[in-house]
Design a binder for this molecule. Structure first.
Ligand SMILES: [Zn+2]
Ligand SMILES: [Zn+2]
Ligand SMILES: [Zn+2]
Ligand SMILES: [Zn+2]
Ligand SMILES: [Zn+2]
Length: 320
């Protein structure tokens, strides 16, 4: 990697060059403070650090502190393989405390169980959207993590297929969860479901799925963020899984009626309030949710944008 600056340096900015220069080439050690922040870096940055220079790489090899809480999310999640996970978690020397794999669909039961077997002190295990795992694999992992005096505090399995009522009950039993315990006060909101910062901080052990009051399936159950929700007032519960209660992607409110939703350019649902506030395709007037806003193409003749469908049709006609 060539990081030398070829352009003339504006006066007063010379001090910046020391930071831009590759420490390996310059032979300088990174500032001491760098070593202190390592334990707080997200995984992607942490792994990038091991590439920066030899002294950081050595520091990360010898220090287990940065590796005790492993959170794999975007952009690493889609690439994470069993082998890499096993290698990465081995840096914690069997002392891994939190393992959070968010939508890591390449991870299999074998990989997970290998990591769990050598890290029996994990207290929080998040496997949301890891569709390569089976409920049998999860049950095996939870059995290992609840052996003897050890307590698994928090488990997230939303998105894993074919979880049956018996499996859910076994998990609750293993973790010592009191089924009667009401989850009062803590609302689970649909539009915050993918935020890693919302990892539960509860003192009681918890699982992120439950039995849907509407369909009876074991799924993640969402609450309505609207305190004054009309359905709640009318005593028609709007609590349920994502299939039973369709919700706005942006704000999580329940949207049952056609007139309550705006037309979306992606496959998500947008409530009328959110749709009104979002920018719309110059041609079809559909809006993207914020997560899919990157699919907008610049409109050649206006300041607006074209959705991917309209862009596709525009290129088709221009080729005719
Ligand atoms: Zn349901
Ligand atoms: Zn509602
Ligand atoms: Zn909304
Ligand atoms: Zn359009
Ligand atoms: Zn969307």
């Amino acid at each position: 990697m060539d990081m030398q600056i070829s352009q003339p340096i504006p006066e007063g900015e010379e001090h910046n060059t020391a930071m831009i220069k590759n420490p390996l080439e310059s032979g300088e050690s990174p500032h001491e403070a760098m070593f202190l922040v390592l334990a707080y870096l997200p995984l992607f940055e942490l792994l990038s650090m091991t590439q920066v220079c030899r002294s950081l790489r050595d520091a990360l090899r010898d220090d287990i502190l940065p590796w005790l809480n492993i959170v794999v999310e975007k952009p690493l999640n889609t690439h994470l393989s069993d082998d890499f996970l096993v290698k990465m978690t081995s840096k914690a020397n069997s002392r891994l405390k939190i393992l959070a794999l968010i939508n890591c669909f390449k991870i299999t039961d074998d990989g997970l169980l290998q990591v769990i077997a050598s890290n029996p002190h994990i207290s929080k295990l998040y496997l949301r959207g890891c569709t390569g795992l089976t409920i049998e694999g999860v049950l095996g992992a939870v059995k290992l993590l609840t052996k003897g005096n050890h307590k698994l505090k928090s488990l997230s399995i939303s998105g894993i297929y074919n979880v049956k009522r018996e499996d859910f009950e076994t998990l609750g039993h293993l973790m010592g969860i009191n089924q009667m315990q009401e989850k009062e006060g803590t609302k689970n909101l649909y539009h915050r479901r993918n935020k890693s910062s919302t990892f539960r901080q509860e003192s009681q052990p918890s699982i992120d799925v439950d039995i849907c009051p509407k369909c009876g399936e074991v799924r993640e159950i969402f609450d309505c963020p609207r305190n004054s929700c009309i359905r709640r007032k009318q005593l028609i519960e709007c609590r349920g899984c994502f299939l039973c209660v369709p919700r706005c992607e942006e704000c999580g409110v329940c949207t049952k009626d056609e007139e309550e939703v705006g037309e979306a350019a992606c496959a998500d649902i947008l409530c009328l309030d959110c749709w009104l506030q979002l920018p719309k395709c110059s041609f079809c007037n559909k809006a993207y949710c914020n997560q899919h806003a990157y699919q907008q193409s610049l409109h050649p003749d206006s300041s607006g944008f074209l959705c991917s469908d309209c862009k596709f049709h525009a290129t088709q006609t221009s080729h005719d």
